[in-house]
Design a protein around this ligand. Structure first.
Ligand code: NAD
Length: 372
């Protein structure tokens, strides 16, 4: 457990920030009257730059209204490229004054994992709806703090789980709901890539990442296993493997885990920063279904015992941000609420606990978090 992340608390981040306690002037409540919501991206790294900002150029119910960055050099570049007015550009210090900015309805937190809780909570307290990237936070306690802050502020909270808005994934969920191939008997979900980059990157730093492959790609395999059989697991046992300890000094390299589901369905997941895998396979009593790839930016590919499935490709990020905006604007369902992020973090903690105990089975009590 020496290198795990259970010790980091919110106290430092939150205590160190200037928080506003009064109800903000531009409470995001007013956003229901708009046709399109203004989104501010917090953290202008690769996901914001190459996926979210371009997707916001295509979205129908939201647009890129502002940015929050700790790198002054990015301010002008983004302002010019996306025509963002100076008043909608913030840094990490003056971020809380976003409360007074009526252009911004939603704050999208796209920072290293250790900063998700602090910035999600500051956004909620500024009266803004929140999208939080995966993994939701460093631990379950932080997830609870985010959920509580959003409840208290009366703002909506969504996870950056783009696949819930993605048509192949939605088709799998429908097949499961409609029992198209019979009862799921076995589900296998793999999400992995080979990391060879800068050894100083935050994903390899336990303080900023909270964990390795499991906190990064592992969240996809947990998610896939759950929607692949349409149930939350009741227990998990896990194993960790290390072949490049000189590179993965602090964070997990490869993890496998086995789930038991309530009706006897068995699940197997694999996640790694030292192998390539991208697949969901569900064996059912009257057939099978498969996505491969299952979790990349698309197009995904689907096959079943009745033949292939096919959908036109659209940006997953566009679909995801539009779905969350429709939730706010039109009361459409929140496809990936904060409770789902918390559910996954409970499973992540149980997997790490199983590994720390030499692979012992950990019981999961996810009853009230019945979101698939
Ligand atoms: P990145 O390293 O490319 O960007 C991180 C950003 O945070 C940079 O702009 C950096 O300047 C800023 N930052 C602020 N403080 C920092 C610090 N102390 N250390 C390092 N960077 C700091 O990362 P990314 O790939 O954009 O990932 C950001 C978040 O988005 C992560 O939580 C990640 O899991 C998530 N993500 C989600 C998806 C998805 O498909 N949903 C895809 C990629 C990343």
């Amino acid at each position: 457990m020496r290198r795990r992340r259970f010790n980091q608390t919110l106290a430092k981040g939150i205590g160190g920030a200037t928080l506003i306690s009064a109800m903000p002037l531009s409470c995001a409540m007013g956003s229901q009257q708009k046709n399109k919501l203004g989104i501010a991206l917090v953290g202008l790294g690769s996901y914001s730059t190459y996926q979210l900002a371009p997707a916001l150029q295509q979205s129908e119910y939201c647009y890129l209204a502002g940015v929050v960055t700790g790198t002054p050099a990015k301010e002008n570049i983004w302002a010019k490229k996306y025509n963002i007015p100076q008043k909608n550009i913030y840094n990490y210090q003056n971020f809380d004054t976003i409360a007074n900015n009526e252009d911004i309805d939603v704050v999208y937190v796209v920072l290293p994992n250790s900063m998700h809780a602090e910035f999600s909570i500051r956004a909620a307290r500024a009266g803004k709806h929140v999208i939080c990237e995966k993994p939701m936070a460093l631990n379950v306690a932080e997830c609870d703090e985010i959920i509580q802050a959003c409840k208290e502020a009366g703002v909506k909270l969504g996870m950056g789980y783009r696949l819930h808005s993605e048509p192949y994934t939605q088709q799998i969920k429908t097949f499961v709901q409609e029992n198209t191939f019979g009862n799921p008997l076995f589900v296998n979900a793999e999400a992995a890539y080979i990391s060879r980059g800068n050894p100083d990157q935050w994903r390899l730093d336990i303080k900023r990442s909270g964990g390795g492959a499991l906190m990064n790609m592992g969240v996809y395999s947990i998610q896939s296993a759950i929607y692949g059989c349409g149930m939350n697991p009741v227990s998990v046992s896990a194993q960790e493997f290390s072949t490049r300890p000189e590179y993965f000094k602090e964070t997990d390299e490869t993890i496998t885990a086995q789930f038991e589901f309530p009706n006897g369905t068995v699940g197997q997941i694999m996640t790694s920063h030292n192998a390539s895998a991208n697949r969901l396979y569900v064996s059912c009593s009257r057939g099978w279904m498969e996505l491969q790839p299952a979790n990349s930016y698309g197009p995904l590919k689907g096959n079943t015992s009745k033949g292939p499935v096919s959908f036109p490709h659209e940006s997953q990020q566009k679909l995801q941000m539009d779905d969350f905006s429709k939730h706010i604007l039109k009361g459409a369902p929140n496809l990936a609420p904060g409770e789902m992020g918390k559910r996954d973090m409970i499973i992540v903690e149980a997997i790490y606990a199983s590994i720390a105990s030499g692979g012992k089975k950990q019981n999961l009590n996810l009853g009230s978090l019945g979101l698939v």
